[in-house]
Design a protein around this ligand. Structure first.
Ligand code: ADP
Length: 531
């Protein structure tokens, strides 16, 4: 219990079991925790980074080198460490890539701040210096950024490939990046002069089995559902598709009603009426000449029978989100009231077919003309492999989207960080007072990216960094570390490019998190609840 006294009156502030850490101790403790988190992901950075095997409480294993996934799985408890986990997650949501870099950079910013604090520089001065340096860093990034054509598939492929270089799927990155670029450019909408991409328009289905090379893009939607009735055709060419989100069954009335049936005749007419209504529903659909029915709700056995008799392929209980994607892929309008269904509401696809994917049967709606929703079907030797393929493809989709929406790129391989660091070191001299020291530390922290890339590649970090700096000082701004070749190289020639938005996000988010942690001088923790 924390008790303060006012005259002879004790004032109870905190409950029993609560703890409080103040001042330097609080700062040290927070910085230490954040540094440990950064240390965890440090060895995963870059194409030569190592993977982590994470085992959850149920014994499920995840193998990954994606920063956001690693941190999500390890279930961090320390509040300051949690903030780094948060920024990794936010970076993943915002730009998709840079989730390891942001944590490594935040760790370096805090480590450097710690040495200033021990020299008696006040944390608020450090925060001010870091904030000014962040603004300057973004200006410097803009200086070296190059504007590209938003729908230039060659450049988009390079960006996708760079993001996949660091992942388990590296050897298949050519195939996967082409698929990703094709998917993103298909679903992109032109919004005036700019493109807008809704990544939800890309359906990602995964199935363990085969190899990553068997992955494919479907110009339409794959449904992980079977055809509703065995007597229906399994393949329809030139499909005319009705999308229905009401049940093709007789639904119960809202009010409770009892019907007393007193003789078999009455029962028969009752059932006949049901059949007549179901047949009426099917006839309404058939009048439009639809040959495929995709329904969000259930389809009654009798309705299935009539549909099968008419040679219609039908699937039931499709997810609402999939129905929306089907509408965008096939051009169909989703019908709620069957009586409103008209031939113009039907969508089209070259082929609708049920195929066996390993032990499951899935329905492929493919060959859609100019689909605004597509599917990536990902394959891989085991569940863990397809899971990692999915994560890598997600990152690649996001970076391609980033460039389509904001068509500016920078080099990868530590080139922009080295450039910005040098620039900030010179600029810092213009600052007065101790902020200058903070800005210099900010510049040092940025170099953690090239240093780590080199270290993880087995190169000498210091030699590599000095060689890099000296090349860049001669005006070669796109010089970075070609990690795979373990040498300094022109990143443009090596096709290692990244979206400017990822670099901006990494710098801002890392600096924000570091500043937030630095400003804390009092940690009050409630007592842990039992159990
Ligand atoms: P993050 O999750 O932060 O994206 P990664 O492990 O994917 O972390 O590593 C990203 C870093 O690796 C970026 O700085 C990027 O420029 C760099 N990188 C990617 N491919 C290469 C390559 N072939 N050579 C050098 N650096 C690369």
């Amino acid at each position: 219990m924390r008790v303060a006294s006012q005259g002879n009156m004790p004032v109870v502030l905190l409950k029993d079991g609560a703890s409080e850490t103040k001042g330097r101790d609080a700062q040290k403790n927070n910085i230490q925790a954040a540094k440990i988190v950064a240390e965890i992901v440090h060895s995963s950075l870059g194409p030569r980074g190592m993977d982590k095997m994470l085992v959850d409480s149920l014994g499920d294993v995840t193998i990954t080198n994606d920063g956001a996934t690693i941190l999500k799985e390890i279930d961090v408890q320390h509040p300051a460490a949690k903030m780094l986990v948060e920024i990794s997650k936010t970076t993943d949501n915002e730009v998709g890539d840079g989730t390891t870099s942001v944590v490594v950079l935040a760790g370096a910013l805090l480590e450097n701040a710690e040495s200033l604090i021990s020299q008696d520089v006040h944390p608020t001065i450090i925060v001010d210096g870091y904030r000014k340096a962040t603004k300057k860093a973004k200006e410097c990034l803009l200086e070296i950024a190059e504007t590209v054509t938003a729908d230039d598939k060659a450049i988009l492929s390079k960006v996708a490939r760079t993001s996949m270089q660091t992942k388990l799927v590296r050897k298949d990155s050519d195939l996967l990046s082409d698929m990703v670029v094709s998917a993103v450019t298909s679903v992109a909408r032109k919004d005036g002069k700019r493109f807008a991409v809704d990544v939800d328009d890309i359906k990602v289905e995964k199935k363990a089995g085969g190899s990553v090379k068997d992955s494919s893009i479907i110009q339409g939607i794959v449904l992980d559902k079977e055809i509703v009735n065995n007597s229906m055709p399994e393949r329809i060419n030139n499909a005319k598709i009705a999308l229905i989100n009401s049940p093709l069954e007789i639904t119960k009335t809202e009010t409770d009603a009892k019907i007393n049936i007193s003789n078999p005749q009455q029962l028969r007419s009752f059932l006949n009426e049901e059949h007549r209504m179901l047949k009426g529903m099917v006839d309404t659909i058939l009048e439009t000449e639809a040959n495929v029915v995709l329904c969000q709700k259930g389809i009654d056995d009798m309705a299935q029978h009539y549909l099968a008799k008419a040679g219609v392929l039908a699937v039931r209980r499709i997810k609402e989100s999939d129905l929306a994607k089907l509408a965008r892929a096939t051009g169909a309008k989703i019908t709620t009231n069957l009586n409103d269904l008209r031939p113009k509401d039907l969508g089209t696809a070259e082929l609708v077919e049920q195929r066996k994917i390993e032990e499951d049967k899935w329905v492929f709606v493919e060959g859609c003309k100019q689909p605004k929703a597509v599917t990536l079907l990902l394959r891989g030797g085991s569940q863990r492999v397809v899971d990692e393929v999915e994560r890598s493809v997600h990152d690649a989709i996001m970076v391609v989207r980033d460039v389509m929406e904001e068509p500016t790129v920078v080099a990868g391989g530590g080139a922009p960080e080295t450039y910005v660091s040098t620039k900030i070191r010179t600029w810092a001299k213009s600052l007065v007072g101790r902020e200058q020291l903070a800005a210099e530390k900010f510049a040092d922290a940025l170099e953690v990216i090239p240093l780590t890339l080199a270290e993880n590649a087995g190169m000498d970090p210091i030699d590599t960094l000095t060689a890099l700096r000296s090349k860049q000082n001669k005006g070669e701004k796109w010089t970075g570390i070609d990690v795979m070749a373990a040498q300094i190289a022109d990143m443009k020639a090596s096709d290692i490019v990244e979206p400017l938005s990822v670099k901006n996000q990494v710098v801002s988010a890392a600096s924000e998190a570091a500043c937030m942690i630095l400003r804390i001088d009092d940690v009050v923790a409630a007592a842990k609840s039992a159990g």
